[in-house]
Design a protein around this ligand. Structure first.
Ligand code: ADP
Ligand code: MG
Length: 723
């Protein structure tokens, strides 16, 4: 029997895997695999516990002696919970997480082993990391890099390994990961936002960044996945004729979740809760076999660690249920792709959400101040923000008619829009007549309802939407590390708030009253950032024209977009805010170009192989059968015109395929000879990737006409509907 049919049979036989319901309630096992505060109190003596809390909350450095006591407590807890290894868990620029496990057991020199784990080992490691991408940083400066403990994200146990969240840095101090710049950007926005908060409330000591991600993904039966080389090697289908039924009936979104899937989700959620990930929501997404999972938002660094952790454990658990998780942004043509909405907000240590309308006029002026400054930041760095979410995989989604368009604009909704309009138009031009209270009242700022009506009727086409008490950055890709988007957003906000503060302060120094200085600066900013504000349909062609007219970044080529990181304005912003220096920016863009090239290169090879090894042989076989039939019909004097048409059709597709694959290989050879990473990536984009759709079209046409009994690989209708 054809392998494809065997695998379809195997997939159909995959019954729902029973999951044992946990004996306890979530509240009893939540965080049981995490070295959290309650456990710390149990395993650490009082001075150590207090010192560690001080480090976690205020960043006070921990002495080596105290680190030793923390390590001793952590080791005991880990051993008590079945761990036998430990690892520094970090986020290199390859994407995903890296870990190298070391055993707790050490020879004691007397023929025995003892369990050891010192403060030094906890605090710092030197993973042999020469093969992690670093954009040349470690070649240029220093051959070694080290990982260092991030005490703000608690250690946890996966299987039998104690994982210690760490940063990964070159010896010369440059960041080689996502966590370092994320922490830097969080601290930049903390500083800038706290200073601005002081206009309204002197009691604010710090501002925290919050992130609530919504993870979309596809599930595919593992047997079917295994016979699709494109899925196995690239995470997406490089060919496949559209299924007659896909998402047109819209019967999948929020539909009943199939048992096999719900069992997977239950096990995943249970594991997440044990690891302290506060998962909350699950549902079917728009496309068949597409789902979403979302936790309650958390402090951004922790939330991002949790998302990284989720992506790894999801994969493990899916396999137990004979599924494979596809985190690729566009695994299937013709149906929706997957994203990862990043819900982002800033909150003070006094408990105020700076993006939430307040109760008093002063709170509302503060709210409008932060809202407008975010708009201004997004306007100023719209190209860079797009670059931060751009990748070889996410580029399939952006600009396609379903996901956020490849233009960054911001949605505000009618209520907030009209508040800003009124504020912009309201009086105050005459200094004598200016009265902050009445201006606020007139412009509706003093009585913004705390529940905004637009919150329920949101614009789904906007890549960056204000949704009542937070901004939702929707253009982030499903496989992305959220940090990349968060770093840019936080840094841009930090820079803008800093500039806002100097402008207001300068006015105050000249004798303008504080409220008026704020109001005038806001008025100017509202005018300036109108360009980014768009509440209409982001998918429409008119918007593309309009955005171009407004001067927004409309570039769609990923390699060219990466240039935004090196624009003077970006280098200045990241430098001034202490997030990236020039060397780090150059290294990171280098890695982006290199990764882009590699992804396209792999796809090109896989597509070439599939075409030559699978598709053409099958097409030729069917063609030969038809030829044989036609020949015999001719002998018998029966008309064989329609068979001849079919033969010619198949022949023309296979001939085209052979030519296209040859040309694509040639284009690759030319590109590979180019040393410069940027130039090579551009060539891969402009001269190699352009073959993919053409080749696919011919393969998909062949799939339509060739005998189903011969077609070697699972079809869309099987991949998308068997569960
Ligand atoms: P949606 O309708 O977009 O799916 P949800 O209510 O499910 O919205 O929320 C999506 C995510 O937004 C969740 O992770 C939620 O915790 C998070 N979220 C809610 N409020 C905030 C906030 N103030 N800051 C950051 N994230 C938030
Ligand atoms: Mg959402």
């Amino acid at each position: 029997m054809l392998l494809r049919f065997k695998m379809v049979e195997a997939a159909l036989n995959h019954r729902a895997v029973e999951v044992k319901a946990p004996a306890a309630r979530p509240s009893e096992y939540f965080g049981e695999k995490v070295f959290g505060r309650a456990v710390m109190r149990k395993y650490l003596d009082k001075p150590t516990y207090e010192a560690l809390l001080n480090t976690m909350d205020n960043g006070t450095p921990l002495s080596l002696e105290l680190a030793d006591s923390v390590a001793a407590g952590m080791r005991q807890w880990a051993l008590d919970n079945g761990a036998d290894h430990y690892t520094h868990w970090f986020q290199p620029l390859t994407g995903g997480t890296a870990e190298k496990h070391d055993s707790f057991s050490d020879p004691d020199g007397k023929g025995m082993v003892i369990e050891s784990f010192s403060g030094k080992v906890l605090a710092q490691q030197e993973p042999d990391a020469s093969s992690f991408p670093n954009g040349g940083i470690r070649n240029t400066f220093e051959a070694r890099g080290y990982s260092a403990w991030d005490p703000t994200s608690p250690a946890f146990i996966v299987d039998t390994t104690l994982c210690i969240p760490t940063v990964f840095i070159a010896y010369t101090g440059e960041a080689l990961d996502y966590k370092v710049p994320l922490l830097r950007s969080i601290s930049a926005v903390d500083k800038a936002a706290t200073a601005v908060c002081h206009y309204f409330d002197k009691n604010v000591n710090s501002v925290h960044t919050y992130l609530g991600w919504e993870q979309e993904y596809f599930l595919v039966d593992e047997s079917l996945w295994a016979v699709r080389p494109d899925l196995v090697l690239t995470g997406r289908t490089l060919h496949g004729h559209e299924s007659a039924k896909n998402q047109q009936l819209e019967d999948h979104y929020f539909g009943a979740i199939p048992t096999r899937v719900i069992n997977f989700m239950k096990e995943l959620e249970c594991e997440c809760l044990k690891l302290g990930i506060p998962v909350k929501t699950r549902h079917n997404e728009v496309a068949p076999n597409q789902f979403e999972l979302a936790p309650v938002y958390e402090e951004a660094n922790l939330a991002n660690d949790h998302n990284q952790l989720l992506m790894t454990i999801m994969d493990k658990i899916a396999r137990r249920h004979n599924f494979r998780v596809l985190l690729h942004e566009k695994p299937f043509k013709g149906i929706n792709g997957s994203g990862k909405h990043n819900n982002w907000s800033l909150g003070t240590d006094t408990g105020v959400n700076l993006f939430g309308p307040g109760k008093t006029p002063s709170e509302n002026l503060q709210f409008i101040t932060f809202l407008v400054n975010v708009m201004a930041a997004v306007y100023k760095h719209n190209g860079l923000l797009k670059a931060s979410i751009m990748s070889a995989t996410n580029s399939h989604r952006l600009g396609a008619n379903e996901a956020p368009p490849a233009i960054i604009s911001a949605f505000l909704g009618s209520q907030i829009s009209s508040v800003l309009d009124r504020l912009e138009r309201s009086g105050g031009d005459d200094a004598l007549r200016f009265d902050a209270k009445s201006v606020l009242k007139m412009s509706g700022v003093s009585q913004i309802p705390s529940i905004l009506l637009d919150n329920t009727d949101r614009n789904r086409t906007s890549p960056f939407a204000f949704t009542g008490n937070r901004f939702e950055f929707r253009a982030v890709g499903s496989s992305d590390n959220c940090a990349e988007a968060m770093i840019t957003l936080c840094t841009a906000a930090a820079e803008q708030l800093t500039e806002f503060k100097s402008e207001v302060d300068a006015k105050i120094e000249k004798g303008v009253k504080k409220e008026r200085a704020i109001y005038e600066t806001l008025k100017r900013l509202i005018k300036e950032c109108k360009v980014i504000h768009f509440d209409g349909n982001g998918y429409s062609d008119e918007w593309k024209q309009e955005a171009l007219r407004r001067g927004l970044d409309c570039e769609t080529s990923a390699p060219l977009l990466f240039d935004r990181y090196l624009d003077a304005a970006s280098v200045k912003m990241f430098g001034d805010m202490g997030v990236y220096n020039k060397v780090e920016l150059e290294a990171r863009t280098e890695v982006k170009w290199e990764t882009y090239t590699k992804k396209i290169q792999i796809e090109a090879r896989v597509l070439g192989d599939i075409t030559m090894n699978n598709i053409i042989p099958v097409a030729s076989k069917y063609e030969a059968m038809l030829l044989d039939k036609a020949y015999k019909m001719k002998e018998l004097g029966i008309s064989y015109d329609s068979d001849l048409e079919l033969i010619k059709d198949i022949q023309s597709h296979t001939a085209m395929l052979q030519r296209l694959v040859r040309d694509m290989i040639e284009a690759r050879k030319v590109a590979n000879r180019v040393e410069n990473q940027r130039q090579r990536a551009i060539l891969y984009h402009d001269t190699v990737e352009i073959f993919f759709d053409q080749i696919r079209t011919h393969i998909d046409k062949l799939e339509e006409v060739i005998d189903d009994q011969l077609w070697p690989m699972p079809k869309y209708r099987e991949l998308l509907f068997i569960k």
